[in-house]
Design a protein around this ligand. Structure first.
Ligand SMILES: [Zn+2]
Ligand SMILES: [Zn+2]
Length: 139
């Protein structure tokens, strides 16, 4: 299980697994919505008011370092993704939510570039408006 593996790795690196840190792991590893450190911090704070933003940042950055999370950089903000398989995203230009997409079929042999010897995988960002934002605008 990913959480047990994450805890083992963090311990190896000398991190104390406090209830706060474990709660960060629970929320993050179970999340599907690509939270920022700030938004996770907001959620963790409801249960652990004394947790610091840097604890949340440290935990997330360490997960990235040990290969259990990926970062998405969008307009100067960093979002964290517990899904480390190559996958593509849909980004709502109105609310900024980021959603995982079903696998996209692209024939990489058609994608050429003077610098590229060969390609192995790809991730696509598709921008648009999400259904929630369309609903709000219709009302
Ligand atoms: Zn939206
Ligand atoms: Zn994702």
């Amino acid at each position: 299980m990913k959480k047990a593996f994450a805890i083992g790795k963090l311990r190896e690196l000398g991190y104390k697994i406090t209830p706060q840190r474990e709660y960060v792991l629970d929320l993050f590893l179970g999340s599907k919505d690509h939270p920022s450190a700030e938004s996770l911090y907001g959620m963790v704070k409801e249960r652990f008011p004394y947790i610091s933003l840097s604890t949340v940042y440290n935990t997330l950055n360490t997960l990235v370092d040990i290969g259990l999370a990926k970062t998405i950089y969008l307009e100067d903000k960093t979002y964290f993704d517990p899904n480390i398989e190559p996958h593509s995203h849909f980004i709502c230009e109105h609310c900024g939510n980021i959603y995982d997409l079903e696998p996209i079929d692209i024939d990489l042999s058609n994608i050429k570039n003077e610098h590229m010897a060969y390609s192995t995988t790809f991730e696509v960002f598709i921008y648009g408006i999400c259904k929630e934002c369309i609903k709000i605008n219709e009302n």
